[in-house]
Design a protein around this ligand. Structure first.
Ligand SMILES: [Fe+2]
Length: 404
């Protein structure tokens, strides 16, 4: 199923002001109503993590106005107070972090998207007036800034043949789950975790170059979420519309509809996409959490690295302290598909740099009924863009078989 017709007005749930606030110093997500509530609900775990003295607690309290402000415009998963059965301890959510509000649009990599497969085929290297960092740099430097090599890559080399085959099969009228499972790797049948090649090596390389170029620019940048301090939001790169939206609508949706029909896989109507970076001296690992998404795809972009494996526990709604986490190694170019509610994290990076593209896929038809962050009927607040994927009305849907 797919949204049709009139553009949706998306919202967030008002719980973003008080739920799932991430306290990086103690690696903990908390609900905050006030000092006494904080002491009552989190006193023991805070003490176990080093928040011991009155001064420690006062410093923690002083962070909350900052956390409130920081969450403005962003939002993520909710607190998980039970352990994920991993050394990382209690899991929480990778909330969305403050936004810089500046991006560049329609970067050169858009031409990597295949016109043959219906992705955006607009002429490359267009930079709309007043948009982004490339334009500003071009103005400052008197030339278009590097890198430019992505501009010369053929348009049909971005998506891996295996990904195209799986998506195209899934969109066929007679496609079924059994047939799709023959076209991808089942990492865990029980946890319903799958993996398949998504991007080609040239595309990963080109995207990494673009990401690094953006990272090295002096443009203001937002963090990908409150758990990751290093990375890039795809809409800041201008890649949301030309890359992620067609990826979701034309390729992931039919595939997810077969894999996860009960999780909104056939009703995806928005997303949040970001790249996370792990490197020595920066973020090295990620604590156990679940995503503010019905479904997630996590694609390894490179570079060369050791360690950093993903681990998966139970669904957050039914965590088991005794469960042994499932470890999943990264394979560059390949994407891991999982339910957003599946508890997961990332082991410490060994050596090198690791970059991953993560797309939180959202289905308003599912989340409108229950906010996955506060586990209540969402208290809707109008928002820009995709917001947190909620809508005030159920989306109009059409049969996926009518998609082209
Ligand atoms: Fe995650």
């Amino acid at each position: 199923m797919a949204t049709a017709g009139v553009p949706q007005r998306f919202c967030r749930c008002a719980c973003f002001c008080s739920e799932n606030l991430y306290v990086a110093r103690y690696g903990l997500h908390v609900r905050f109503r006030g000092e006494q509530q904080l002491r009552t609900d989190y006193g023991p775990i805070l003490r176990s993590r080093g928040c011991v003295t009155p001064k420690d607690f006062q410093q923690l309290l002083e962070e909350f106005p900052h956390l409130y402000n920081g969450l403005e415009g962003m939002r993520g998963p909710v607190l998980v107070t039970r352990p994920c059965a991993t050394p990382a301890g209690a899991g929480g959510g990778a909330a969305e972090a403050p936004r810089a509000g500046v991006g560049y649009q329609e970067g050169p990599h858009r031409q990597l998207l295949s016109a043959r497969h219906g992705l955006n085929s607009t002429a490359h290297c267009r930079y709309p007036a007043g948009a982004g960092y490339r334009e500003e740099e071009a103005s400052r430097l008197g030339r278009l800034p590097a890198p430019q090599r992505v501009c010369v890559l053929p348009q049909d080399v971005a998506l891996a043949p295996e990904f195209l085959a799986a998506a195209e099969y899934s969109a066929l009228p007679g496609a079924d789950l059994k047939g799709l499972l023959q076209r991808l790797e089942t990492v865990s049948e029980e946890k319903r975790i799958y993996r398949l090649p998504v991007f080609t090596a040239p595309f990963c390389q080109a995207l990494l170059e673009e990401l690094e170029h953006f990272e090295q620019s002096d443009m203001p940048k937002g963090r990908p979420n409150t758990m990751n301090n290093y990375g890039v939001l795809l809409h800041e790169l201008g890649l949301d519309e030309p890359l992620v939206t067609p990826l979701r609508e034309r390729f992931l949706q039919p595939l997810m509809a077969l894999l996860y029909p009960d999780c909104g896989g056939g009703w995806l109507d928005s997303h949040r996409a970001f790249v996370v970076k792990y490197a020595p001296g920066q973020d090295r690992e990620l604590g156990c959490h679940y995503d503010n998404a019905e479904l997630t795809i996590n694609v390894s972009l490179g570079k060369a690295f050791t360690g950093g494996a993903l681990y998966f526990g139970d669904l957050f709604q039914a965590p088991s302290a005794l469960a042994t986490p499932l470890e999943v190694e990264h394979v560059v170019g390949q994407g891991v598909l999982h339910r957003g509610g599946q508890l997961h994290g990332a082991r410490p990076l060994g050596t090198g740099e690791r970059w991953n593209l993560i797309v939180w896929l959202r289905a308003s038809a599912v989340r409108n009924r229950l906010c996955p962050m506060c586990c209540r009927k969402p208290d809707l607040v109008d928002d820009e863009g995709f917001g947190d994927g909620f809508t005030r009305e159920e989306p109009t849907t059409v049969d996926v078989c009518t998609m082209t």
